[in-house]
Design a protein. Structure first.
Length: 738
């Protein structure tokens, strides 16, 4: 083989040397498609197959002979992961790969501010470019179906419209750095339990109305240059080589022209991978992610076994040309894009961006007036909780980050309030990663709790900073949470702290909803996710009132787990059941995910989707519709005046939901169709305008396989949350008679 290959190479090189001018594929001014075709025409079969699989943990092959570089990939959605060894999961121990950790994407979603998404994509793209990565493995847009999903912190909430709107700017700005986004995990990877094998049974309506829209927007509006196949199955076929997902929907219906990359170890069959649109197989070893094996990279499904099938004619040569084209296009957009900038990392601008996003992500759930905390009113402020000091960028799985700097809540509160601030850990959680669990002795927990309670008695006010963390079975990849309540004995601790000192602010850091049995007894609750490098500063500034909180929940917080649709049908719905053909689950809540469930089943959430209050108040005036009748091809403008009635400036997220009053199919009471975040000075008013089009009225008709708006009455809900509706109006839609 080698001798023949070398002879071929020499022949081709001789041919190339003959043409003096620059080959088209090397001409930066040539159109990408011309470069693709020229490069393809010069490649051998082996070189084309070589493009289709990993050659190391995080790189796939280029074409050495033609000077086409390898594809260098890196996690993750919140920042550039530390360098990993060439061929094992260990960290390489570099000293030049510390970066800025940006807020978790669920925090970005909680800002409801597409400008923050654009800023995020720009900055994380600059860091990925500086670290010389061609593909950044994110953003994640899987839907928040259950509060037990260990990876919800990496995603953008329960509503497909919000998730899509908040993913697009991130992707667009990231890719301006010549770094490809890799929107993930396509599709229906909405839990971690059995993620590698669970077969999801979902209706086409739920698939098209809930689980696909954010991916579709990421592809069609975001222009994502790559997409990651999910580990799980749907229609009994692995997503990484799923014919309907990748060929019919992604390529056929959406026109995706990027590269499909597996999740690591997500390929399981050569013929399916050859025929169903997979382009690059990544992973550790062919038989999965973590188990060592005798397999090398040439044994991957899309390596020698694929080459053999091509040579034997078992699969057509056109399949490898299609794959090579998609991969070459990715390469010419990234590593061989000579006009890309040079990036930067850990800059003041990036820290300021992380802070601004974090500031806007914090959700004030409840406040009877204790917040903002006026330092002059208190002589002693006790901070309690492990999350006040723990570095929360570590752990959680592939999105973990090695930060250059980390501002903890305790250090930021101390910087603001000085020596008035005292600290008690209150609880510890250990380091349980990847299904290995540290068990904390009860006596240690009791000791920490009694110390904190004793100190609380002597303090003027208590700030509790707990929540979840990135341990296994918390907010962590490859495991789901085992309970809806706070772990590590925190509820008992909080109850005892309340008894010791009712002047308490709860500021829990989590990527998920959780049970709040003490909610009636506390004067204030802040809900924030993992905010990265500047997270502590964001929290402290909100507590002190330097920042007026303006985040809103991107997911519902049910009173109890059974109030969540996915968790109200038993194990078949979540987490699924084991069968002789592997685990299977049925999305039995169907289209009624999140607030759609709470509204339709009339089960009030403890805190509803879209909820978040401010240190000021906003009054909504009467909405005005430009018309009360709309036909196909027409639009209605809705204008609503919003006024800041308080004494401090603030930002309000005005939400517009649409409800179909009489549909031929089951539809949610209302669905989010528009939102706008506005900034108002004290006393200031602004008219917020939205444009409603027939697309906003449609549901997916799975019989006709098309989106349909039925004639009839539609309601317009203007809200400060999905449950805090400030105004309702209606209009009639009818098919155009022309
Ligand atoms: C992991 C994750 C995926 C990540 C990849 C590489 O299993 O599911 O999100 O990008 O492997 O680490």
């Amino acid at each position: 083989m080698r001798i023949k290959h070398i002879l071929t190479t020499v022949t081709v090189m001789t041919g190339m040397a003959m043409s003096a001018e620059t080959p088209v594929y090397l001409d930066p001014n040539a159109p990408v498609e011309a470069r693709v075709e020229d490069a393809l025409s010069r490649m051998t079969l082996e070189e084309k197959v070589g493009l289709c699989h990993a050659q190391s943990k995080f790189t796939s092959k280029g074409v050495e002979r033609l000077g086409i570089p390898e594809v260098r990939m890196s996690d993750g959605p919140h920042g550039v992961r530390a360098e990993i060894n060439w061929n094992d999961w260990g960290y390489a121990g570099w000293t030049s790969d510390s970066i800025t950790a940006f807020p978790a994407l669920t925090a970005l979603a909680a800002t409801w501010n597409p400008e923050m998404s654009a800023l995020y994509g720009k900055c994380v793209g600059e860091e990925a470019r500086y670290r010389d990565k061609n593909v950044l493995l994110g953003p994640g847009v899987n839907i928040y179906r259950t509060p037990l999903n260990g990876r919800n912190f990496e995603y953008m909430g329960e509503d497909p419209y919000l998730a899509g709107e908040m993913a697009v700017p991130y992707i667009q700005e990231l890719q301006k750095n010549g770094v490809a986004a890799c929107v993930k995990h396509f599709a229906l990877n909405d839990q971690e339990k059995w993620r590698g094998s669970v077969n999801v049974d979902v209706s086409d309506r739920a698939l098209y109305e809930i689980y696909l829209p954010a991916f579709k927007k990421a592809v069609q509006e975001g222009g994502s240059w790559s997409i990651m196949g999910a580990y799980n199955k749907v229609w009994d076929q692995h997503c990484c080589h799923n014919e309907r997902l990748l060929q019919d929907i992604l390529r056929g219906e959406w026109g995706f022209d990027g590269a499909v990359i597996t999740d690591w170890g997500g390929a399981h069959d050569t013929k399916e991978a050859a025929l169903n649109g997979l382009d690059i197989e990544m992973g550790s070893y062919t038989n999965g992610l973590t188990s060592e094996s005798e397999f090398g990279y040439d044994d991957y499904f899309l390596a020698d076994p694929y080459l053999d099938m091509l040579k034997s004619g078992e699969v057509p040569m056109s399949t490898v040309d299609d794959k090579a084209r998609n991969i070459l296009r990715l390469i010419f957009r990234t590593s061989m894009n000579t006009s890309k900038p040079f990036g930067s990392k850990c800059t003041p601008e990036h820290y300021a961006a992380a802070k601004a996003i974090g500031d806007e992500s914090i959700v004030l759930l409840k406040n009877t007036g204790i917040l903002p905390l006026d330092g002059n009113k208190y002589n002693s402020i006790l901070v309690v909780g492990e999350n006040a000091t723990r570095c929360l960028t570590e752990g959680g799985g592939s999105s973990e980050l090695k930060v250059k700097d980390y501002v903890s809540p305790l250090s930021a509160l101390h910087a603001l309030y000085g020596d008035k601030v005292k600290y008690a850990k209150g609880y510890v959680s250990g380091r349980s990663l990847y299904e290995k669990e540290d068990v904390i002795p009860q006596e240690e927990l009791d000791k920490l709790r009694s110390e904190a309670v004793a100190m609380a008695k002597d303090a003027d006010v208590v700030i509790y900073v707990g929540g979840l963390n990135k341990n296994a079975w918390q907010d962590c990849e490859s495991t789901d949470r085992r309970e809806y309540s706070l772990p590590f004995g925190q509820n008992e601790l909080i109850e005892e702290l309340i008894k010791a000192n009712p002047n308490i602010v709860i500021a829990n850091i989590t990527g998920n909803a959780y049970e709040m049995p003490w909610i009636e007894k506390v004067p204030a609750v802040l809900h924030l996710s993992y905010l990265g490098t500047m997270g502590g500063a964001s929290l402290a500034d909100v507590v002190a009132g330097k920042v007026n909180p303006s985040g809103k929940l991107p997911y519902s917080i049910p009173v109890k787990l059974e109030d969540c649709g996915a968790n109200s049908f038993g194990v078949e719905s979540y987490p699924g059941v084991e069968t002789e053909n592997g685990p299977r689950q049925k999305y039995m809540e169907d289209i009624l995910v999140g607030y759609r469930w709470h509204d339709t089943k009339k089960i009030p959430a403890l805190f509803p989707f879209g909820h978040g209050i401010s240190y000021t108040t906003f009054a909504y005036g009467k909405p005005v519709l430009s018309a009360k009748q709309m036909s196909e091809g027409e639009a209605i403008t809705v204008t609503v005046p919003v006024t800041n009635k308080g004494a401090v400036g603030g930002k309000e997220i005005v939400q517009l939901y649409i409800g179909d009053e009489k549909a031929s199919v089951l539809r949610p009471v209302k669905e989010l169709k528009h939102f706008d975040k506005i900034s108002l000075a004290p006393g200031e008013s602004k008219d917020v305008a939205f444009t409603i089009t027939p697309d906003d009225l449609k549901f997916f008709d799975d019989k006709k396989h098309e989106w349909v708006a039925e004639p009839g009455k539609f309601k317009v809900y203007i809200g400060s949350s999905s449950a805090d509706i400030r105004a309702v109006d209606s209009f009639n839609y009818k098919y155009s008679l022309k």
